[in-house]
Design a protein around this ligand. Structure first.
Ligand code: FES
Length: 131
């Protein structure tokens, strides 16, 4: 078994069989790496291999599309595209910090009142009306 340390999740550790997909281990063990597509398309799972980069497999073409050469050289990977065959430590930018950049105001305590005023986006309604 190998050990993965999720540095940005208070250093939580998990074990997994060799050649495990990093995002799958994170999901199974609640490691906390953010994700959306799981298929190398969105870049949400961008993370940094703090230690053990030599225990990760080769960089995929999808990673080269979403990460710069500089990021790759400094140890960044897409967790959903990375397989691990030895102990590593991984960190990432927490979603709260990323959201703070694009969303200046925090969610108000009475979030229900905001959701009920009809201004919130409702993608499910538009999806169902298209069918
Ligand atoms: S989750 Fe979208 S690129 Fe990894």
């Amino acid at each position: 078994m190998i050990q993965i340390t999720f540095v940005s999740n208070n250093g939580k550790t998990a074990t997994a069989p060799p050649n495990s997909n990093l995002l799958r281990v994170s999901l199974r063990e609640q490691g906390g790496i953010p994700f959306k597509c799981g298929g190398g398309l969105c870049g949400t799972c961008k993370c940094h291999i703090d230690s053990g980069l030599e225990h990760t497999d080769e960089v995929k073409a999808k990673e080269r599309k979403l990460l710069t050469e500089q990021e790759l050289a400094s140890g960044h990977r897409l967790a959903c595209q990375t397989f691990v065959n030895g102990d590593i430590s991984v960190s990432w930018q927490p979603r709260a910090a990323a959201a703070a950049v694009s969303r200046p105001a925090p969610v108000p305590a009475n979030a229900d009142a905001v959701a009920g005023d009809g201004t919130k986006e409702t993608p499910k309604e538009s999806e169902s009306s298209a069918r």
